[in-house]
Design a protein around this ligand. Structure first.
Ligand SMILES: Cc1ncc(COP(=O)(O)O)c(C=O)c1O
Length: 343
């Protein structure tokens, strides 16, 4: 029997008890559906408390929708999105961004998951030229798909470049809480203050049952978003249950506690596997994922005991992730199992 908690993904964790409590508290009587309810008003007010009054925020079911709808609010189908070749948008959304926005993704190769102005510039040509797609959005992922974190300065440089070239900056913040903790910044300081125009604000990976938010810092872009969300089948009728979760995660620093715990657990795992002979660590851990290179046979043997994904078959690289409910004992048991299969 495999242990009840593994290191496959923060998506594999359950729901934080405080979030379940919030859902239960919202489960009282009838309220108006589709977001015209007090729970949604309170959640929106929380977002405004955190990010400032002038923002607009909308809840959707999942992260792919948050990304696709964020892009859809900024772009026409003849325009293009510049993103990393590792972007979730590119690799893990089954072509949803292309299907629903009709836009081309222009990929920037990267070794560490982060893109830079130097790489972005290679796609910045053909402006005003009728034969070329028109680059309009730069999308960055924070924390990146390779577990790295853009520094505040790195984000600022990209947003400045975007705005100087009449482009927008989107941030896929599926793990923005982990990134903010890693940077020692607040949520607003890690996003809006760095020049992000639209943020996909992740909830699920930080302890929600489900639900993500699209946050418009450039509120002009939110025009017509109500219609776009509904037409894209992302308007929850029982919205109160998404809203109640967001109010809870933004209250009493729950977002921060969960992300800080998750990051701290990853740091322990990272340190522990450094002591294990036969494990190569290709990347520094900056948030809640740890990457390791292991012989294929070892991976297969360890997967018999623990469920986790191979990140890259070619390089024999695996990704281990911690979550809000990872316990130190889980790590020690896992490292023990790793040592055993390496023998
Ligand atoms: C970087 C990133 N963006 C977005 C998502 C959201 O995906 P989903 O549509 O599965 O909620 C994920 C989930 O794994 C992710 O890792």
């Amino acid at each position: 029997v495999k242990p009840s908690r593994s290191f496959a993904s923060d998506n594999n964790a359950g729901v934080h008890p405080e979030i379940l409590k919030a859902i239960e508290s919202a489960n009282e009587g009838h309220v108006v559906a589709y977001g015209s309810d007090r729970y949604t008003n309170q959640a929106v007010a929380k977002f405004k408390e955190v990010f400032g009054k002038e923002i607009e925020v909308f809840f959707v079911f999942n992260g792919t929708a948050a990304n696709v709808l964020s892009l859809g609010a900024m772009i026409q189908s003849y325009e293009a999105v510049i993103c990393s070749s590792y972007a979730h948008l590119n690799l893990d959304e089954c072509g949803a961004p292309e299907k629903f926005t009709g836009c081309k993704l222009l990929l920037v190769p990267t070794a560490d998951g982060k893109i830079t102005v130097e790489g972005i510039k290679k796609h910045c040509h053909g402006f005003g030229e009728q034969h070329h797609v028109q680059p309009k959005v730069i999308s960055i992922t924070q924390v990146t798909e390779l577990g790295t974190v853009y520094s505040d300065q790195e984000v600022k440089v990209i947003s400045k470049f975007a705005h100087e070239n009449e482009m927008y900056l989107h941030m896929d913040g599926a793990r923005i809480a982990n990134a903010a903790v890693s940077l020692g910044l607040g949520l607003k300081e890690a996003t809006k203050d760095l020049g992000v125009d639209v943020l996909s604000f992740g909830g699920t990976k930080n302890g929600l049952l489900f639900g993500e938010a699209v946050v418009f810092f450039n509120s002009k872009l939110a025009k017509d978003f109500l219609f776009k969300r509904k037409q894209s089948m992302q308007l929850a009728s029982k919205m109160r249950f998404i809203s109640a979760q967001f109010e809870a995660i933004l209250s009493n620093d729950l977002w921060l506690k969960n992300a800080a715990h998750s990051n701290a657990m990853a740091e322990i795992l990272y340190k522990e596997i450094q002591k294990v002979e036969g494990v190569k660590i290709p990347r520094k851990t900056q948030a809640n994922s740890v990457f390791a290179q292991l012989p294929k046979k070892v991976i297969t043997a360890l997967q018999k005991k623990y469920f986790f994904y191979v990140w890259d078959e070619d390089t024999s690289e695996v990704r281990w992730m911690t979550s809000f409910d990872t316990q130190e004992n889980d790590i020690h048991d896992f490292v023990k199992a790793l040592r055993a299969v390496l023998k």
